[in-house]
Design a protein around this ligand. Structure first.
Ligand code: SAM
Length: 176
């Protein structure tokens, strides 16, 4: 079940060939789903764009069954102040220039650079995920943290064979 409040985005998704996904128009801050409806929820390059990320994290918790999983894919920050400052300079200056030539939507890339700079670094996002009620919060950096994948579980028995809350995968984070 894919959810977005942009009908254009939903239509673009529905045009994908042979998709088995259903589509729902809905606000991430008031999802149109019952409590504990899903085994897992995931949001990709979306949480940074919602008006209230903490409310969205709480809303995703509400619709996930106890023991269910959260996976967030989002831009992140690079390790070390100097490297990250360099990267932010690239985002703010070079990226809009390239985008203006290639896409004609330079403003969108200005927003991208600004929203990434304002977005919390990976440890702070992990803290906020936990504060929303999620547990076993971890993250994995991709390309040195340009993108980070955070995972967590809703407290409660695991949906897998009614066993335990323990995460049996290799430990992932916090580390690069
Ligand atoms: C950068 S796009 C990412 C879309 C898709 N996940 C992808 O990776 O292609 C961000 C999306 O978040 C959606 N969005 C922002 N705030 C939202 C909200 N409160 N409720 C639902 N969708 C929202 C926008 O409509 C937009 O489609």
């Amino acid at each position: 079940m894919a959810c977005d409040f942009s009908l254009g985005m939903l239509q673009a998704g529905a045009r994908k060939p042979a998709t088995r996904v259903s589509f729902a128009a809905g606000d991430a801050l008031a999802l149109p789903f019952r409590n504990e409806a899903f085994d897992a929820v995931t949001i990709s390059f979306g949480l940074r764009n919602v008006a209230d990320a903490d409310a969205a994290l709480a809303e995703m918790l509400r619709v996930t069954r106890p023991g269910g999983r959260l996976v967030i894919c989002e831009f992140g920050h690079l390790p070390g102040r100097r490297l990250n400052a360099l990267y932010e300079r690239y985002l703010a200056a070079a990226l809009p220039l390239v985008a203006r030539r290639l896409s004609g939507h330079a403003e969108a890339y200005n927003y991208l650079a600004e929203s990434i700079a304002a977005w919390p670094a990976q440890p702070e996002l992990a803290r906020r995920i936990g504060a929303a009620g999620w547990r076993a919060v971890r993250w994995r950096n991709l390309t040195m943290g340009v993108v980070a994948v955070h995972t967590a579980r809703r407290p409660g028995p695991s949906p897998d064979a009614g066993t335990t809350e323990r995460d049996t995968r290799a430990p992932q984070g916090p580390r690069s």
